[in-house]
Design a protein around this ligand. Structure first.
Ligand SMILES: [Zn+2]
Length: 314
């Protein structure tokens, strides 16, 4: 019994991104002990990706053979069968038995989940949502994703695909989304959508320091320096983020909303505008839900994958 508990003091968390595969040794209290990042062989097929995941974990300085392991993958992913259903950023993963292949690669059970859910769990166990039984996590970066904890449990859905919140419809026949549909929230409020809209409109704004090559970072910097157009665009982005969050409040009735992802680095600037959108458009009974920034930001997924691996073993 003692031996089992000892071996579960640490777990490996792996987060697969479009550009990087990151692996970490995570202690059961949420501290990252060691970490490795390797490039994702995104065009070389699943065998190359599996080899790179193994390589990343082997480069961790601890002896990791007996640690539980959790892997966070982009979706869509049937987490109940461990089958990926076509990953937009990594080729060769359409109907791929990722869970089985991971188990063969590591010679032991591997907990496989989607990255939004992992990040939600990372914030729930070790971050901004500790102590909450009902909360929604939203990540806003190159896309919009998320995860929901309801009644103290991860809301999975039929295939473990619940909370693909970026694809709630906010405009009928609207902008084209990465998923191939039109009018999704992600197509309006993700980082690239924010940049695209600003670059289109900047052509007519001779007073602004922004250009048709400005990045999201440039836009926030110009806004902070007092650029009126940049501030207008940031306020509009906050309104769009808030509009989507309103739907999440109505759908999930959370006690807390946590925002992560690259765009949330500017959470302090966006928060008032998001709150304004909520207070203007949500049904009154849903307006008093607090909004927080993720505490672990880029590490939420790694931590959550490790946390789920601990619980899977226990
Ligand atoms: Zn979509």
């Amino acid at each position: 019994m003692v031996e089992i508990l000892m071996s579960q003091k640490y777990a490996i968390g792996v987060d697969i991104g479009g550009t990087q595969i990151r692996a970490a040794v995570v202690a059961s209290h949420g501290e990252i002990i060691d970490r490795v990042a390797l490039p994702t062989p995104a065009t070389q097929g699943p065998a190359a990706v599996l080899a790179q995941i193994l390589k990343a974990t082997q480069q961790l300085s601890q002896r990791t053979n007996d640690m539980p392991i959790g892997v966070a993958s982009p979706g869509p992913l049937d987490t109940k069968r461990g089958v990926t259903l076509g990953l937009p950023t990594i080729s060769g993963f359409d109907h791929f038995p990722f869970g089985d292949r991971l188990r063969e690669t590591f010679g032991r059970t591997v907990l496989l989940t989607h990255d939004g859910m992992a990040a939600a769990v990372g914030e729930w166990k070790f971050g901004a949502a500790q102590g909450f039984d009902d909360f929604v996590y939203v990540t806003v970066s190159t896309g919009i994703g998320g995860g929901v904890i309801a009644g103290g449990k991860i809301l999975e859905g039929r295939k473990g695909m619940a909370a693909h919140v970026g694809h709630i419809l906010i405009e009928m026949d609207g902008e084209l989304c990465n998923c191939g549909r039109k009018g999704c929230w992600e197509a309006y409020a993700s980082g690239p959508a924010f940049e695209k809209r600003t670059r289109l409109l900047v052509k007519t704004k001779s007073q602004s320091v922004l250009t048709e090559a400005s990045t999201a970072k440039d836009i926030f910097a110009a806004a902070a320096a007092g650029d009126a157009f940049a501030n207008e665009m940031v306020d509009h982005e906050a309104w769009l983020l808030g509009s989507g969050i309103v739907s999440l409040l109505h759908a999930y009735d959370p006690a807390l909303v946590v925002m992560g992802g690259g765009v949330s680095q500017n959470f302090d600037r966006l928060k008032a505008g998001i709150t304004h959108a909520i207070n203007t458009t949500a049904m009154e009974a849903f307006r008093d839900v607090p909004l927080r920034r993720a505490r672990n930001l880029g590490d939420s997924g790694l931590l959550g994958a490790a946390a789920m691996a601990f619980e899977n073993v226990l």
